[in-house]
Structures are given as structure tokens and as C-alpha cells.
Design a protein around this ligand. Structure first.
Ligand SMILES: [Zn+2]
Length: 417
């Protein structure tokens, strides 16, 4: 399969771009090639597609279900009771809805942690997206929980080979307050043995820090460091409440961070110290978190929120500039998740988008990256390509009506269950 995109703007120059198989094979002024598919890129610009570093895709079914609440009230009284009733089919359609939303807003990759792994993996695979997916590991500090967690991880890891290589299994210990040290140590070893990433929530709220001090006598990052859990294959979501010493530990151990500003702001979890992380060169990317705490999966919006939050927080309008923030959503995420993408260059995976330069948010067009961060939302994306395959063209995604109808149906059934 080959795709030739003619006359598309790349860094303000009109270029032709040839995709062969999964890769961008040639970028030049004028390419003559009998491609299987020809795309007229005039009036459009090409950009790397976005990568969503932390989400719970199937939570799209819970969008708008419970808003304007405190984190623990929200979780304990609204989210967890409903999540306990979720079936694999619910997760499948919830994830399809999330994938549809991501494709329509220019995202081709997501890092997921949820329940019913196969529901998520099957949906992401069928939608043509790239994803790293974990089943949340929770042992509640019991021996029985530890045994079950090990069995579950081994089973799902084996079964994950049934999906295409766009879908990768990762280990997902939920958090230090739901997973014991014993299980964390076992996961660390398992990850090393099988060369897997570990994805967890860390230092999201102040009360998590207080609990950690009470229970372990240490702050969250120090606690994990004590038994050697920190390392370059560890990806942590949030990392808001970390002091300078902990920040240094994250930097020294090459831990990766996913920043989720909209969710953190909505739940009043706190402000992640982005400038300190960037100063210490801790590799950081952006994530939306689930759609019930955001409430959408639009990375263009997340970029704007991130930039404005850190400007006002540092009282410095030069801070968190458009170029920096755009990198978080593309190249940094590609490095964190070991995906050979995040930029438009030959030899890179064809994970990319075409944005419509006539979309009113991109006119008159002084600076495309500024416009993408501060002006546009995902609806300026016309075409989304992942792994050399077209997932959306002219804003049309295959199977869209069925996904919307099915998501409505399973949500209704879930609420009645
Ligand atoms: Zn989360």
C-alpha cells in the first residue's frame, strides 16, 4: 500500500510526501510515483499526529455523568459503583467511541489503563490506532490480591500477542495506595525480564502524599525509590506533589512523566511544576486522562490549557511556549513510548495529520504551531493517518454511526443494570 500526498504544506513549503507501507519514504518538491492512493494536499498542512500519554479510553461512556465534585466523592459515589458493573462489551464500545474522538481530533496513539483489557485492545486494533494498554493492577495489600495480580498479568501478557504490533501490552499498577510493595517489586522484575513499560498514577493529590507519609514514612517518590522501583521504563501520570528532592530522584532515574492539566484543574488536584521538570530535562508528554474528568480527548485543547496554566502559574508569558508544548504532544511522547514517529521525516512511521488551512481557526496563518496550540481545536484536522493507513479523510471515519449508536445503547444498559 502506498499513498502520495501532493502539494501539502510542510514548514511553510509546498511538498509532495510519499508513504510506502508504514513509513514516510520520500519528501520532495515533485514526486512522480504510481501510488495506490493519491491525496490532494493543497490548502492543507501536514503535521505529526498527536499522542495521548495517559487516558482511560472507555471512560468516554461516563462523559458528563458526574461533574463538579470532589475527587474522592466523585470516585467513591459515582465512578467506582458504575465501573463495577462494566462488561467487556461496554469497554469495547466505550473505547471505540474514544478512538473515534481521538481520530477526529488528530490523535493516533494512546496510553491506556483500565479494566477488561481485551475490550480496549480489540477496539483500538480494529480502529487502526497505535496503543499501549494495561489492565489496572490492584491487590489491596492482600496476599490473595498479589497472587491474582501475578496470574492476571502473565495471562494477559500472553494473550496480547493476538493483536497487531500496533497494540502493546504494558504493566499498569494503579497507584501506591492500591498496590503493595511486593507486587510492585514483582512487576518491576517482570518488566525487566520482558522489556515492558510500567505505567502508574503517582503523586496526584496532596492527600496521597499525606497517606504515604503515614503508611510508609516517606513521600511517594521516595517510597518507590527506597526499593528500586524508579527507572527509565517507568511512566508516571500526574507527578504533581513532588518536592525538589523527589524531582531530582525522578531525573536521576530517567522516569518519564505524563502531564494531564485539564483533569488536574477540574478535580483541583494541583498544578504540576512543569518548568522544574523541563529544567531538569525530565522527559514529559501530555495526556487527557479519562473523559469523565476532562471531558474530552482533544490534545489541541490540552496543549492550550497546559500552556496557559504554566504561564499564569509562573507569572511569565514567555514560559511554556507554543513550540515547547507542541513537542510534548508529539516528539516527546514518541520518545517516551518508543514509537518511531512524532515528526514528519523520511524513515519515520506515517503517523500524521493533514489540517485544513481554511478552517477559520487557522486563518490568516501567521504561525501554524501557534495556531495549533492557541487557536485551533481538533476539528481543524481533515485527514488522520496511522501506520500508513488512512483512518479519516474529509473528516469521515468508517463505522462512525454504528459506534455512536452502540455507545449510546451500552451506556443506557449500563445505567439500568
Ligand atoms: Zn488517570
Amino acid at each position: 500500500m502506498s499513498i502520495l500526498i501532493k502539494n501539502v504544506k510542510l514548514n511553510d513549503l509546498e511538498q509532495d510526501i510519499l508513504i510506502q507501507g508504514e513509513y514516510i519514504s520520500k519528501i520532495a518538491n515533485n514526486i512522480e510515483f504510481a501510488a495506490d492512493k493519491l491525496i490532494d494536499g493543497s490548502g492543507k498542512a501536514i503535521l505529526p499526529s498527536f499522542m495521548n500519554g495517559h487516558t482511560h479510553a472507555a471512560m468516554n461512556l461516563l462523559r458528563g455523568y458526574a461533574d463538579d465534585m470532589k475527587l474522592m466523592d466523585w470516585l467513591q459515589n459515582k465512578i467506582w459503583p458504575l465501573e463495577a458493573k462494566l462488561t467487556e462489551e461496554d469497554v469495547y464500545w466505550g473505547t471505540k467511541l474514544a478512538c473515534l474522538e481521538m481520530i477526529k481530533s488528530g490523535t493516533t496513539f494512546f496510553n491506556d489503563m483500565y479494566w477488561h483489557f481485551h475490550g480496549t485492545a480489540r477496539a483500538a486494533d480494529e480502529m487502526g490506532m497505535r496503543a499501549v494498554i494495561s489492565e489496572a493492577v490492584i491487590d489491596n495489600f492482600s496476599e490473595k490480591g498479589q497472587k491474582e495480580a501475578r496470574k492476571m498479568v502473565e495471562k494477559l501478557h500472553n494473550e496480547s500477542s493476538r493483536y497487531s504490533d500496533r497494540i502493546q501490552y504494558v504493566l499498569g499498577p494503579h497507584a501506591i495506595y492500591t498496590v503493595s510493595k511486593e507486587t510492585l517489586l514483582w512487576l518491576k522484575e517482570y518488566a525487566q525480564e520482558h522489556n515492558l513499560l510500567i505505567h502508574t498514577h503517582l503523586a496526584e493529590t496532596q492527600s496521597e502524599v499525606e497517606q504515604s507519609l503515614q503508611k510508609f514514612g516517606k513521600r511517594p517518590v521516595e517510597y518507590l525509590n527506597e526499593f528500586g522501583f524508579l527507572g527509565p521504563n517507568l511512566v508516571v501520570a500526574h507527578a504533581i506533589w513532588v518536592d525538589d528532592k523527589e524531582m531530582q530522584l525522578l531525573a536521576d532515574n530517567n522516569v518519564k512523566i505524563v502531564h494531564t492539566p485539564a483533569s488536574n484543574m477540574k478535580l483541583c488536584s494541583g498544578i504540576m511544576p512543569l518548568s522544574k521538570k523541563l529544567e531538569k530535562e525530565i522527559l514529559t508528554c501530555l495526556g487527557t486522562d479519562g473523559a469523565s474528568s476532562n471531558n474530552n480527548l482533544d490534545i489541541a485543547e490540552e496543549m492550550k490549557i497546559a500552556s496557559l496554566l504554566h504561564k499564569v502559574n509562573t507569572q511569565d508569558p514567555l514560559h511554556a511556549n507554543a513550540g515547547q508544548i507542541f513537542q510534548l504532544a508529539t516528539r516527546n511522547a514518541a520518545r517516551i513510548f518508543n514509537v518511531n514517529a512524532g515528526e514528519i521525516a523520511t524513515g519515520k512511521l506515517a503517523d500524521l495529520i493533514l489540517v485544513d488551512l481554511n478552517d477559520v481557526s487557522l486563518v490568516p496563518g501567521h504561525n501554524l504551531i501557534s495556531d495549533m496550540v492557541y487557536s485551533a481545536n481538533g476539528s481543524c484536522v481533515d485527514t488522520t493517518i496511522c501506520d500508513g493507513k488512512i483512518l479519516m479523510q474529509n473528516r469521515k471515519v468508517a463505522g462512525e454511526e454504528e459506534i455512536i449508536a452502540s455507545a449510546r445503547r451500552v451506556t443506557k444498559e449500563l445505567l439500568a443494570r
